[in-house]
Design a protein around this ligand. Structure first.
Ligand code: PNS
Length: 163
């Protein structure tokens, strides 16, 4: 048996981080002593926020949770996990509509590295309707995202708009 504390990795784009994500992190910290929030540096998509800013905002927003680390990653998730000595992936599952994608991801990651397991957590129902895509759309159209994202993210999005 390994002496290492069990590490779970919560991967995603987090562009931007919203309160549903924070709720999943909170739940994960109740299950695992070390939770690494791994933010994908996606070179294909044009992000709303650069990865360095997403890391900064998540670090600030999640500072109150014990055992949480925030870092960027690129390339295959399983390679990052090997490097981080982690075998557990945490993902949020909001509704049946998430299932197909999450199931595909979980099985593909295990196909790439059979030591890996995915734990799906459901957020509080108050956050089930939240997604980064919807937050982005509200923000792009001039709407108020207060109460949907952590305060540091709200402030950063506000500053982005004001310029
Ligand atoms: O929450 P998101 O933005 O849909 O997260 C998707 C993410 C980052 C978990 C997924 O795209 C990913 O792990 N990308 C890294 C590349 C990879 O490992 N792909 C193979 C698994 S399908």
């Amino acid at each position: 048996m390994s002496e290492q504390p069990i590490t779970a990795v919560y991967p995603g784009s987090f562009d931007p981080l919203h309160l549903g994500h924070v709720d999943i992190v909170r739940r994960a910290t109740g299950m695992f002593p070390r939770v690494v929030v791994a933010i994908l540096e996606n070179t294909e998509k044009q992000p709303l926020l650069p990865v360095s800013e997403r890391v900064r905002l998540a670090t600030e927003s999640l500072a109150g949770f014990p055992g949480v680390e925030v870092t960027a990653f690129s390339g295959l998730l399983v390679d990052f996990m090997r490097h981080s000595r982690a075998r557990i992936i945490v993902r949020g599952m909001r509704a049946v509509s998430d299932f197909e994608y999450e199931f595909q991801l979980a099985l593909m990651n295990r196909r790439l590295w059979d030591a890996v397991d995915t734990v799906m957590l459901t957020p509080n129902e108050a956050f089930v309707y939240l997604s980064s895509r919807v937050i982005k759309e509200i923000w792009t159209l001039g709407g108020d995202v207060s109460g949907l994202v952590p305060e540091p993210v709200r402030d950063a999005l506000h500053a982005l708009r004001v310029g």
